[in-house]
Ligand binder design. Structure first.
Ligand code: PEP
Ligand code: MG
Length: 580
């Protein structure tokens, strides 16, 4: 009774869950020390909510006590607790990366990749992993290693990939050559099914059923409170109906970036896309575009349906065209046959599209200026899809309580005239479509701000643009002059040597890139007071970046679907801290 009374007193005094050390000697109780207890992600949520219901802390304090990044542990599938005990627990290692993984055992990266391509689910088992295993880890549902701790290669890489991992599972003896591992008398061979629980470190024989993350309960309460306090909207970057659905389930209230080029890579359309790129005349290009049009329109219809009236920002084609071209000999031959030209002629054309510095080359709005028919096709597909939805009585708009407003985003603008020239060509396409369908539709045409010159001239651009969205991947690349594709090789030296505190492609460089953003916000709103502004670079899902976005007055952040809950909490924390 005395101990429980002291526990309660300490918890009330510190207004937090305590980790208390005590001893009893000769019938006398001694308290040795107390401190705030360490906690896992689910515990941090439960403790915060319990403290609120005991009236020890406020809801705002509760939200500030949860680390947004930790929510990641709660967003992955887990083993069905009701089913798990029916399966044979064969080993336990370290819970190196959360989530559940089920698959057939393979012992090297090459097999993992091959089997995945053949449609199988695999678990990569190694004595320990090294950088050569990355492709195999990527292909696997989960990773099991016999050696290595919580910061081993396997553990760190798996956490980065969001894959489950059990490391340091010392009771298994792995023979990569014989393609089997042994635990006592039990032998598990290549192709046998196992299940990993990356949150507990358990390894089961067979395929244990999994359950999707529980987004209601305590988690739901935290999200509800977050939404109450946050000022920033949270949208998602989604290119497929599946991503859009995941993000909706996680509470995204719009798509902040749909990269349309990802829709071009699908096997059934890449052929037509290549014909479009390699066409010699606008007429030939239009023939190829006509093949792509119905597929694009269908993509947008799907997205609009899932988003149920929530805003969808669609970005027109961005990357340099040669990214779509065939590289394998067999693909080049097949394309030449289809196009009725020689392999040599096709190869010449492919070579002519080569660029020394493609990231600063013929991409984004520059493509639209050279080949306006590409952007026109995309905009017609967006407008027709939106008109069809609206014509069907706008039924799918119910959830957002507003009518569908397509938002068309032009990439890589650096100069007012680029934007104006393209907008003048795209508006008539949309107006024609609206007339054809006989509906009332509002639409917006805006731009990415991802080139420093766009930020510097944002007041002029805002006279024509309906919105801005910061593309901080390119804006960081071009402000720092760090290639976003190659800088990873040396940025670690910068962070290790404390020249930079953070990788600026992960956490926004508020001092430099952030200053450009603030300038663009202020300049843009000096011409258009209510200009709607967001961010859609990778940093948009990072809590420190979200805080800065709140401070400079953005309207929303957009991030990958699995980061949406993290962004909701971080946005609430930013608002609460700013009010203090
Ligand atoms: C960006 O540059 O930040 C952006 C979102 O566009 P992408 O990554 O497609 O270049
Ligand atoms: Mg970009």
């Amino acid at each position: 009774d005395q101990l429980i009374a002291i526990f309660s007193k300490l918890e009330k005094h510190y207004r937090d869950m305590q980790d208390v050390e005590f001893t009893i000697e000769n019938g006398k109780l001694y308290i040795l020390q107390t401190r705030s207890g360490k906690r896992t992600a689910p515990a941090s949520i439960k403790v915060a909510i319990d403290l609120v219901s005991e009236k020890l802390i406020t809801k705002k304090e509760a939200l500030l006590r949860i680390e947004p990044e930790k929510l990641d542990q709660l967003l992955h599938p887990t083993l069905d607790p009701k089913a798990k005990f029916k399966y044979k627990l064969i080993a336990t290692g370290l819970p190196a990366s959360p989530g559940a993984g089920v698959g057939e055992v393979v012992f090297n990266a090459e097999t993992a990749v091959k089997w995945k391509e053949a449609g199988k689910k695999v678990i990569l088992v190694r004595a320990e992993t090294s950088p050569e295993d990355i492709s195999g880890m990527n292909a696997a549902q989960g990773i099991l290693t016999a050696r290595g701790g919580m910061t081993s290669h396997a553990a760190v890489v798996a956490r980065g990939m969001g894959k489950c991992c059990v490391s340091g599972c010392e009771s298994i003896a792995v023979s990569e050559i014989e393609k089997k591992f042994r635990i006592g008398d039990l032998i598990v061979s290549e192709g046998d099914l196992i299940t990993l629980d990356g949150s507990t470190g358990e390894v089961f024989l067979g395929e244990v059923p999994t359950v999707n993350p529980e987004l209601s309960g305590y988690f739901g309460t935290i999200m509800e409170w977050s939404d109450k306090y946050k000022k920033l909207g949270v949208r998602t970057n989604a290119d497929t109906p599946r991503d859009a659905q995941v993000a909706r389930d996680f509470g995204a209230t719009g798509i902040g970036l749909c990269r349309t080029e990802h829709m071009f890579f699908q096997a059934d359309r890449i052929f037509a896309v290549r014909q479009m790129i390699l066409a010699d005349t606008a007429e030939q290009r239009k023939v190829a575009l006509a093949k792509i049009f119905p597929m694009q329109k269908n993509d947008f219809l799907e997205l609009f349906k899932i988003m149920k009236g929530f805003p969808v920002k669609i970005r027109l084609l961005d990357p340099p065209l040669h990214e779509f071209l065939p590289k394998e000999k067999a693909d080049i031959e097949a394309l030449a046959r289809e196009m009725g030209i020689t392999v040599e002629k096709l190869q010449d054309k492919i070579d002519s599209l080569h660029e020394q510095n493609p990231m600063m080359g013929h991409r984004g709005c520059r493509l639209g200026i050279s080949f306006p028919e590409i952007f026109e096709m995309q905009v017609r597909a967006i407008a027709e899809a939106a008109c069809e939805v609206i014509k069907k009585n706008n039924v799918i708009a119910s959830e957002a309580k507003q009518s569908l407003i397509p938002e068309i985003m032009i990439p890589l603008i650096g100069e007012f005239n680029e934007f104006k020239w393209l907008k003048d060509r795209l508006v008539p396409v949309i107006e024609d479509t609206i007339k054809k369908y006989g509906v009332k539709m509002t639409y917006e045409i805006g731009t990415m701000i991802e080139i420093p010159r766009a930020a510097l001239t944002a007041d002029a651009i805002a006279t024509e643009a309906d919105f801005f969205s910061f593309g901080t991947n390119d804006l960081t690349q071009m402000t720092y002059g760090f290639s976003r594709d190659d800088a990873g090789k040396f940025l670690k030296d910068y962070t290790d040597k404390k020249i930079l505190a953070e990788d600026p492609f992960k956490t926004l460089d508020t001092v430099g890139v952030g200053r450009l953003m603030k300038m663009a916000v202020d300049l843009g709103r000096s011409t258009k007071k209510k200009l709607h502004i967001g961010i859609c670079g990778e940093q948009g899902g990072d809590p420190a970046t979200i805080k800065y976005c709140h401070q400079i007055g953005l309207n929303y952040v957009s991030c990958s679907p699995y980061r949406v809950p993290i962004a909701r909490l971080a946005a609430a924390q930013a608002a609460i801290e700013a009010d203090k």
